[in-house]
Design a protein around this ligand. Structure first.
Ligand code: GLU
Length: 507
């Protein structure tokens, strides 16, 4: 085996990738890149009953969207392929045979019905049926059959499975990079099926054989596979192969903290669970998340750098990530934090990216109700300036319209609460007097208008609140928004004055 770091992400194509699966892929990717290693995608599709059309493409698209593409895998054959287990089908039998020859595995002929009745019988006595040392000689397998009988049954091509022969009274020493040393008493383990009657290997056999043949140095996978570690370690020993290092990642937990994050939690809490949309479920991409944000929040779900730093770009993650700092306990998913990350990456986005994402939304809105100046919807400079004024308040591009409508359309309603509070008896006469002042201004840039209005407030002995709040209300329709004089300069002199007149006629 070479010393090169080679890791793999090995999903089963049984549906879309859960966000936890994306995190597993990400940690593999980071570990590979920081060690100048290879990141491999292997499709574990031995269970044809659970195969879902389109799932493999989905997985590949999702990794690409996140910016964590694989180096080797389906379509990128680099000497260790094929990378779909269904295409490797013929290769596994010889390894099952090898274990039988060396006495590490055996044939078992027990029918599904007989196993089921054992299970039910145990259940009725409050016990669990385990196929292992304590009963294997009483069951229907090559250990309990006479040699001639075994030969006959094999010659008759009776259905069989191959089971691993778990030794009795041994203590296994397992090692996990994250969890340290683990000891397991072999007496509690069952003789797992390695090869099925349909001629296909089970997950366990195919996974070990492939990891070996693909020269995988580190197996980084979800905690749900920790119970398989005992068998996998024994399989490496049984074949006489050097085992890779193992790292089992903590679960991602529900926002409330207890239990594994599920699709239902996403539906309940209104947040995505999948990277890309799948069926009726909206993905992170379609919900308006930037891949940088998804990668960043996923990286910190179960790992921390040991400092206060929370913002990491992919290249920074590659440097900082440390497998041995991955937590043992579950990582609570916080949907608010994902928005916080998106807000951050939105601020960092190139103006042109934001402009191009916002323009189609804007076009649709203006199609319903045209802008006060018909050219605005096509004026990239204007739209870009609007974005730069409001983006600080947004976490998503789809929030831009709500935050910027008044830059494009004349408000025709006014926030009622604000009107009650700010529209005093004296307001109409103050605003009326402001109109000629604004009309007289030769220069309508933000600092000039600001100076003109503020000087006038001073001269008249008015308070800022008496003027600024109602003025904002008539320009914006509400008391929100960026610096008022920036808004007025943007919509322009005529439109600003028109808005004051309109409000005076309406309020
Ligand atoms: N096929 C397994 C899965 O779906 C792979 C587990 C592993 O990485 O060993 O997650």
């Amino acid at each position: 085996m070479t010393n090169k770091v080679r890791v793999r992400f090995a999903p089963s194509p049984t549906g879309p990738l859960h966000i936890g699966g994306v995190r597993t892929a990400l940690y593999n990717y980071l570990f590979a890149k920081q060690n100048n290693g290879d990141f491999i995608l292997r499709i574990e599709d031995t269970d044809q009953n659970r195969f879902v059309e389109g799932a493999e493409k989905y997985i590949i698209d999702a990794l690409n969207w996140c910016g964590i593409p694989f180096d080797e895998g389906p379509g990128k054959e680099l000497g260790h392929g094929p990378y779909r287990q269904s295409e490797r089908k013929l290769l596994y039998k010889k390894y099952a045979d090898q274990l039988i020859t060396s006495g590490k595995a055996y044939y078992a002929f027990d029918s599904a019905e007989s196993l089921d009745s054992h299970r039910k019988d145990h259940e009725s006595r409050g016990k669990t049926f385990i196929y292992n040392w304590h009963n294997r000689l009483k069951l229907d397998n090559s250990l309990s059959l006479k040699p001639e009988e075994l030969q006959t049954r094999l010659a008759n091509e009776e259905n069989f499975v191959v089971r691993f022969y778990t030794p009795q009274d041994e203590v296994l020493h397992l090692t996990d990079v994250i969890r340290g040393d683990i000891r397991i008493d072999t007496n509690i383990l069952d003789d797992k099926v390695l090869f099925k009657s349909d001629g296909m290997p089970t997950y366990h056999l195919a996974n070990i054989v492939d990891d070996h043949l693909m020269e995988i140095s580190h197996v980084i996978r979800g905690e749900e596979w920790l119970p398989s570690l005992a068998l996998h370690t024994q399989l490496y020993d049984a074949f006489g192969w050097q085992a890779p290092k193992f790292a089992h990642l903590p679960l991602i937990m529900k926002p409330e903290g207890k239990g594994k994050l599920s699709k239902r939690d996403g539906e309940k809490g209104g947040f995505p669970i999948f990277p890309l949309s799948w069926g009726d479920s909206t993905g992170y991409k379609e919900a308006g998340y930037f891949p940088e944000a998804v990668v960043n929040f996923l990286a910190l779900l179960g790992w921390n750098p040991g400092t206060e730093q929370e913002i990491f770009k992919l290249d920074e993650l590659i440097k900082a990530f440390d497998l041995s700092r991955v937590h043992k306990s579950g990582a609570r998913f916080d949907p608010e934090k994902t928005k916080w990350y998106n807000h951050h990456y939105l601020q960092e986005q190139d103006d042109i990216v934001l402009l191009n994402s916002f323009k189609p939304i804007l076009a649709e809105k203006l199609n319903n109700e045209p802008a006060f100046d018909l050219n605005l919807g096509n004026n990239d400079n204007y739209i870009a300036s609007v974005i730069s004024l409001i983006k600080e308040r947004a976490s998503f591009v789809h929030e831009f319209w709500e935050l910027s409508q008044y830059f494009f359309q004349t408000p025709n309603t006014y926030n009622e609460k604000a009107v009650k509070k700010q529209w005093k008896d004296s307001t109409p006469s103050i605003l009326n007097k402001l109109i000629p002042l604004l009309e007289a201004s030769q220069d309508f840039s933000s600092p000039v208008v600001e100076e003109v209005v503020k000087n006038w407030i001073g001269q008249k002995g008015l308070s800022f609140g008496q003027v600024m709040a109602p003025l904002r209300l008539v320009i914006v329709g509400d008391l929100k928004g960026p610096h008022l004089f920036d808004i007025m300069a943007m919509v322009g002199q005529d439109e600003s004055i028109k808005r004051i007149r309109l409000a005076l006629s309406k309020l």
